[in-house]
Design a protein around this ligand. Structure first.
Ligand code: ZN
Length: 228
């Protein structure tokens, strides 16, 4: 049994719509992690702002279509560079925005995707008090989901396109008897850091979807395998 979680960050409007459509072609749910103030211009950095972000109207629509929308920070701060109290405040404000804006959002069921995959031991110790789990940098191929698991480790590749890196890790996953690969993707076809091409995504999903030893799951759905 192998699990692949493709975890798409930053909430680019065009890419999120296209990612959702590609997953829908295979009857699958996409995992999309969005910045609470993304539609208000965050992160306030030139290289990032050139790609329009979706808003909660879009996130509610995609969620209603079966996709998983999860928090990726209030303003996309690098939390390894901030005091704990400031990071905690930003995460709490982020979760408040999600509770106000995303239909049915329940923080205790959320998986928080750290911007830059950057966390600290203090944050990793505190976060399970407020969310179900979190995604942070680390070994991308984990054992299958464990009961009570809260930490999901992942990797990403950039700023050049990530297609080759992703496909190599998928092959590494499939070469093992079992495992769970969580790969952090951003936008499609030139959008975002380390973009993936839509054609690679579609080909990868087609290839894996027909295997009965691979499941393509969102982070939440993967954790669900152990909760009953
Ligand atoms: Zn990000």
């Amino acid at each position: 049994m192998h699990i692949l979680t493709l975890s798409f960050d930053d909430g680019f409007k065009r890419s999120s719509l296209e990612t959702a459509e590609i997953f829908e072609r295979f009857g699958l749910s996409a995992a999309i992690n969005v910045v609470a103030r993304g539609h208000l211009g965050e992160p306030d950095e030139g290289w990032h702002k050139r790609w329009p972000k979706g808003d909660f109207g879009l996130w509610n629509e995609l969620q209603a279509r079966g996709h998983e929308i999860m928090p990726h920070g209030l303003v996309h701060a690098n939390k390894s560079e901030l005091p704990f109290a400031e990071s905690k405040r930003l995460i709490e404000l982020c979760l408040d925005v999600f509770a106000d804006e995303l239909d049915g959002f329940d923080a205790s069921q959320a998986v928080f995707a750290f911007p830059y995959n950057a966390s600290t031991p203090e944050l990793r110790a505190w976060l399970p008090d407020v969310v179900r789990g979190f995604r942070t940098g680390g070994e991308p191929i984990m054992p299958l989901p464990q009961p009570g698991q809260t930490k999901i480790s992942c990797t990403s590749f950039g700023p050049e396109p990530c297609d080759v890196h992703l496909e190599r890790l998928v092959d590494e996953l499939l070469a093992r008897r079992s495992g769970w690969l969580c790969y952090n993707v951003h936008g499609l076809d030139g959008e975002g850091w380390g973009p993936l091409s839509a054609s690679t995504l579609e080909r990868l999903l087609a290839r894996l979807h027909e295997r009965d030893d691979v499941r393509l799951l969102t982070a939440g759905a993967a954790l669900d395998l152990c909760s009953s």
